[in-house]
Design a protein around this ligand. Sequence first.
Ligand code: E4P
Length: 220
Amino acid sequence: MKFFVDTADLREIEEAASWGVCAGVTTNPTLYQRIGGKLADFHNHVKRICEIVDGPVSAESVALDRDGIVREGEELASLHRNVVVKIPTITEGLAATKILSEQGIAVNMTLCFTAPQALLAARAGARYISPFVGRFDDISEDGIEHLSNTVNCLANYDFGHEVEVIAASIRSANHVLQAALMGADIATVPFKVLEQLMKHPLTDRGLESFLADWEKVRNA
Ligand code: E4P
């Protein structure tokens, strides 16, 4: 499974990239707003992310009609060869995905919650599909089960082009583990969760005792 970082924060992206684990980035309007992003800076911000990470960088269209989505998608795609246009899983989004993918522009269909939505997204030409996990958990449904249905359904078919599942709305190390066990292609992980993945009390305890024993060796 590949790791993307789910953030618009350049410092977080730089740090994750320096660990050698960041194969791509996903952003959305909320993540951009959270870092105090301004509309006028948005395109430059996307370009700066593309300079940090040499991999797919999802930037979201906010139009709701197919022509508007296509227009925004073409603009976003022209910013850098690695930009992936993020499009909501709605019928106008499917139509825009068809048009953009026929132009060779990679699309990530986002806000995907069910396997049938994902099957339609793949048929329309989406290169990436992002089933959301944590938002199901927020409403007391099992997000991992929904993700697993999507991964299994997509694996049954050849769509005539590469389709990768991005496990999204990831909230915990367990979400990452379950996504990897079921063979999701990618997990897009908030930076805080990425940090948590590397933490274990036995690692800390082991390191502490190795260093204490090494101190004894030095003083012997
Ligand atoms: C996916 O690409 C989205 O940016 C993201 O994972 C949303 O997750 P949230 O439910 O934590 O907002």
